[in-house]
Design a protein around this ligand. Structure first.
Ligand code: NAG
Ligand code: NAG
Ligand code: NAG
Ligand code: NAG
Ligand code: NAG
Ligand code: NAG
Ligand code: ZN
Ligand code: ZN
Length: 588
């Protein structure tokens, strides 16, 4: 068997050599002449044609990424112009992604100066580094990477009536250009916009309340959401808003437009919730360019992200005490003592997102945020406070930088006794991330809850969550996910969305979410009975017909289970491969 494996591997390497050679030649020709060689499409297609499973596909992707990066880095040293690099990047984007000209061309125009800054200012830049960060989720590696670490003071985490209701809103993705009856099946990353044109067929018309296809949310749907929340829940004590206000139209963002739409959304939240405090955090879509959070040392106004931090420090101050200004201005994060004994820590985890290409310039604890987190938790521990952590990107997401997740996990393990819950967004999935003790795989030490998303992007029903929190340690004793069937709402323009409670955690899983031990049993049960994972998957997407009708096979369900229990990428990748090995054993 082992022999067979080597033979196959050897064959791949041999047969892989020629296409890679062609790729290199054709890309070199492109860069050197500035003109796209006529055989570029064919050569790239041919090389990916060999990809018959995910591992192979990843291997090819990493190789192509390294070839491209090497060529670009070297060519830039020889004076490659911005124009040629832009044209080159646009062509590759169109060929290698599913996106069309608008998305690729617009986004690359927006990010190109940042890319050049990174290449020009990182003297020891290697292709391996570029690919290992941007394509971490495809297992690209950089053997020369030097891990960094956070100083976490030694110590042992201690373990630790009125109920409080907390609303969790996330990933609203307001699209100011949304237009009912526009084209919902365009080639770009986002459709259903006035600029997408009128739908060619009736069945392609964007719906009045939103659309399951690649579309974000119209304002009328956002107004309805907030009306619903105020009407349905008479007692709301606070609101967690875990980021992503701006739409997916990444090819057409500007600082000014982002500020206008953020302002509009925050004003709407204030008008709707009045005296109730909202605790907002940043999403990856709030920056310009989208996803880009340059490190502190980048001070040129063209690239610096200070404009956003300063703007939000001001805009969020309607809900936050003034002592939060300093850290928001520094890195978009803050902490608030909500009442004696209870603290919220709000992070800007977008720095760890592997699409934040500034990580290539410098990935070491951006904005000193994790060190601050550890220090802040130590102080909270001394003061016997319990803590909720808000963070846009879920811990251990396959697209959150491995080293950042690893250090984050160390911090959680050290202080899990006072962290009574974590709240995330970003994936648009109503999901759980379970932290196991890295020294004892049976002990659950913490859980992160994802609010799902209000946006339907892509194929989900709109949603929000309401948590019941006990007053002493601020543990979550239950929560509900609310939603509506978008197809029904869109059937008749006179319809209003018909909101309903989709499920409550306690009723569905049979225990309270503050009972950490039971999460271990839940995962055990799920690994023996994939039907339970399938039910979890449907709830992840708020039980939309699209989600129900999507087939998730055993490998797909297994990966969902892996995602639930992995809080750093290395664990996820090991867990996902375990299934492959089992499958191979059975099939041989
Ligand atoms: C790149 O340049 C070529 C001309 O060399 C042009 O035909 C092509 O449209 C350009 N591509 C993009 C994406 O701008
Ligand atoms: C970084 O590179 C840009 C060119 O892209 C240059 O203008 C700038 O001065 C460089 N900054 C530093 C700090 O070296
Ligand atoms: C780009 O965004 C602005 C602001 O939202 C909008 O007015 C304009 O129509 C958009 N352009 C395109 C081509 O989508
Ligand atoms: C949502 O509504 C549509 C149209 O009324 C219906 O066909 C569909 O079955 C509903 N979806 C679910 C999951 O109930
Ligand atoms: C796991 O399954 C057992 C046996 O079917 C059941 O008694 C238990 O309640 C389940 N536990 C969880 C957390 O789902
Ligand atoms: C999800 O929708 C299906 C089809 O309409 C329905 O049978 C099922 O009960 C729904 N699940 C929940 C949790 O409401
Ligand atoms: Zn989002
Ligand atoms: Zn996001």
């Amino acid at each position: 068997m082992i022999l067979l494996y080597f033979c196959v591997h050897f064959f791949v390497q041999i047969s892989g050599q020629r296409p890679y050679g062609d790729v290199e030649n054709v890309l070199l020709e492109f860069i050197q002449t500035g003109t796209k060689p006529t055989n570029l499409d064919n050569v790239l297609q041919e090389v990916f044609f060999n990809a018959d499973d995910t591992d192979k596909e990843n291997e090819i992707l990493c190789s192509v990424c390294r070839i491209v990066s090497n060529i670009v880095i070297n060519a830039r040293k020889d004076g490659l112009s911005k124009e040629v690099l832009s044209n080159f990047s646009k062509e590759l984007c169109i060929l290698l992604s599913d996106f069309g000209y608008e998305t690729c061309s617009g986004y690359i125009d927006i990010i190109m100066d940042s890319i050049l800054y990174i290449i020009d200012n990182k003297s020891d830049l290697t292709a391996e580094r570029v690919c290992a960060i941007r394509f971490q989720t495809n297992n690209c590696e950089d053997a020369a990477y030097i891990p960094w670490s956070i100083d976490i003071p030694p110590g042992k985490s201690q373990n630790s009536n009125d109920k409080v209701n907390v609303i969790h809103l996330t990933d609203i993705h307001y699209d100011p250009l949304y237009e009912p009856k526009s084209e919902a099946t365009c080639n770009e990353i986002l459709c259903c916009e006035s600029t997408s044109g009128k739908a060619k067929f009736v069945e392609n018309e964007a719906g009045f309340w939103g659309d399951y296809r690649a579309c974000d949310m119209p304002w009328n749907a956002i107004e309805d959401l907030l009306k619903q929340i105020r009407k349905e829940h008479s007692k709301i004590d606070r609101v967690y808003f875990t980021g992503d206000i701006i739409s997916h139209q990444v090819w057409n963002t500007t600082k000014e437009d982002n500020k206008v739409y953020i302002t509009k959304m925050l004003q709407k939240l204030q008008d709707s919730f009045g005296e109730i405090s909202v605790y907002p955090i940043l999403g990856n879509h709030e920056s310009h360019p989208t996803d880009f959070y340059p490190p502190t040392q980048v001070t040129d106004t063209e690239f610096s992200i200070e404009w956003l931090f300063r703007f939000l420090a001001e805009a969020w101050s309607r809900w936050l005490p003034t002592d939060t200004l300093k850290t928001i201005r520094k890195g978009g994060y803050y902490t608030v003592l909500v009442k004696p004994g209870f603290r919220i820590i709000a992070l800007n985890s977008n720095v760890c997102f592997t699409y934040n290409l500034w990580l290539i310039l410098d990935d070491k604890d951006p904005y000193g945020q994790l060190q601050w987190l550890s220090d802040t938790l130590l102080e909270a521990e001394k003061n016997k406070e319990s803590v909720h952590i808000l963070s846009h990107i879920p811990p251990g997401d396959s697209e959150c930088l491995q080293q950042w997740s690893h250090e984050f996990r160390r911090i959680i393990e050290r202080f899990h006794g006072i962290i009574t819950a974590q709240f995330n967004g970003h994936t648009h999935l109503d999901e759980l991330r379970v932290f196991f003790n890295s020294e004892d795989q049976d002990e659950v030490v913490n859980v992160a809850f994802n609010g799902g998303s209000f946006t339907t992007f892509i194929g989900f029903n709109p949603g929000y969550k309401i948590y019941q929190v006990e007053n002493r340690y601020n543990r979550i004793i239950d929560y509900e996910q609310w939603t509506y069937n978008l197809s029904t709402a869109n059937e008749d323009p006179n319809n209003k969305p018909n909101w309903f409670k989709l499920y409550s955690f306690k009723n569905t899983y049979g225990f309270q979410p503050d009972n950490l031990e039971r999460f271990h049993w839940l995962l055990q049960n799920m690994s023996k009975n994939f039907q339970l994972v399938e039910e979890y998957r449907r709830l992840q997407g708020r039980n939309s017909s699209i989600v129900i009708n999507t087939n998730c096979n055993k490998k797909c369900l297994h990966d969902i289970l892996c995602t639930m229990k992995s809080v750093e990428y290395s664990d996820l990748s090991v867990c996902q491969n375990q299934y492959d090995m089992k499958k191979i054993k059975i099939e041989l």
